[in-house]
Design a protein around this ligand. Structure first.
Ligand SMILES: *Cc1c(COP(=O)(O)O)cnc(C)c1O
Ligand SMILES: [Zn+2]
Length: 388
């Protein structure tokens, strides 16, 4: 069964509808059962928690990512800091978890074509998994997309269409398309949310945090992690839902703004401006649901500036992880919430490091910080002396 958390309407599992008549994204009903502890990957351990059979698709071994304790960050911020490293997924972002299940869903519903709307990570992920599973793939791109991004998507040979309009507009256009032969998997597709909840399962197997910092754009990742935690609580594995923290970029923070002004609906952000492109959805389709979850579980919403993001990204690189600006909002948010005293000392804090830095380009300010010397002619000896 699929349900709408806003108006309570229920839909049959067989529907290909992804949005409720009221406009809000649907979700699969909570599902839980026995954990098969002896299995070696998250999908088989938690097979009873998913409304699909995994036999029909070819996986690329997504998920099962490391949760890394950072002693440097722990010491610096006087907390226990853990990084959930999603950059090691097959197409280098957590999107692969949701894509795998979206493909499964598309095949279950009898589709042979899959589509998505994305400016980057999701498009690459869907193109990769679609090809691997012999589906036709359609990617709708906004005209602002860069060549570098097109390269990362195009290599998998999907059909690509570039259109005017922002990501938010293309999303609604795709869902109202009068073609019933293409299954669109978008940021808040119910099957995608199912994929993301596996992040919660993996983390809670290892440690139970006080806080989880989640980069939030369209809201799919946040909703997925929350749903996973709720299910673990229902089955008795988790006593209490950790405090969920939604972190956005200051230049596009419609959820933070709604929370701050006590609204329960997001308002479209007029002029998004941030280097954290992967979290710059100006009109997040899952935004109202994220607000609902934040209110229900006493969550926190925060936003951080691009300068804070860039310096956090370097700090994370010093921990050995090169991530996208979008992922660095977690550490930037932690810093801010520690300074404000909202996250207390000695708390256990998880940060979701959502995607790899190789996907985005550095800007000059970041490049200028490199310890790079042009050697004096060919003289290694004297060039080295300038360093140490
Ligand atoms: C998609 C994405 C996000 C945000 O996820 P939403 O589900 O849109 O909220 C964060 N970081 C990266 C790297 C992403 O690709
Ligand atoms: Zn509804």
């Amino acid at each position: 069964m699929l349900v709408c958390d806003s108006c309570g309407t229920e839909y049959q599992t067989e529907t290909s509808q992804q949005l409720c008549e009221c406009g809000e994204p649907l979700r699969f009903d909570y599902m839980f059962g026995k954990v098969h502890k002896e299995k070696d990957n998250v999908w088989t351990r938690y097979s009873e928690f998913f409304p699909f059979s995994f036999k029909k698709t070819r996986s690329l071994d997504e998920g099962n990512t490391p949760l890394i304790k950072s002693s440097n960050l722990s010491e610096k911020y006087q907390i226990e800091a853990y990084l959930k490293n999603e950059t090691v997924n097959p197409t280098w972002s957590f999107k692969d978890r949701g894509t795998h299940l979206s493909i499964l869903r598309a095949i279950d519903l009898g589709y042979e074509k899959i589509g998505t709307v994305s400016t980057g990570n999701m498009a690459a992920s869907v193109a990769s998994y679609g090809k691997k599973n012999s589906l036709d793939v359609l990617v709708l791109l906004s005209s602002k997309v860069t060549d570098k991004k097109i390269d990362q998507i195009g290599i998998y040979s999907p059909k690509m269409i570039v259109l005017d309009g922002d990501y938010g507009e293309l999303y609604y256009q795709s869902l109202s398309l009068k073609r019933d032969d293409i299954y669109f998997t978008n940021s808040n597709s119910p099957s995608r949310i199912e994929g993301y909840k596996s992040i919660a399962y993996e983390m809670i197997e290892e440690e139970t945090p006080d806080y989880i910092l989640i980069p939030t754009s369209s809201g799919g990742l946040f909703r997925g992690i929350a749903k996973g935690l709720i299910e673990l609580k229902k089955v008795g594995i988790l006593d209490e839902i950790p405090t969920l923290v939604s972190v956005q970029a200051e230049g596009c923070s419609p959820i933070k703004e709604a929370m701050e002004t006590g609204k329960d609906e997001v308002k479209k952000w007029e002029h998004p401006k941030t280097e954290a492109k992967a979290i710059a959805n100006p009109y997040p389709p899952g935004g109202n649901q994220v607000i609902k979850i934040l209110n229900r579980f006493d969550g926190i919403s925060e936003s951080v500036s691009d300068d804070e993001i860039i310096s956090a990204r370097q700090e994370l690189a010093h921990e050995g992880i090169f991530c996208q600006p979008a992922s660095a909002v977690t550490l930037a948010g932690l810093k801010k919430l520690r300074e404000k005293g909202i996250i207390e000392a000695n708390s256990k804090v998880f940060m979701i490091i959502t995607g790899s830095g190789l996907k985005s380009q550095l800007d000059n300010a970041e490049r200028n910080k490199f310890d790079l010397k042009k050697g004096k002619g060919k003289d290694l000896e004297s060039s080295l002396e300038e360093f140490f």
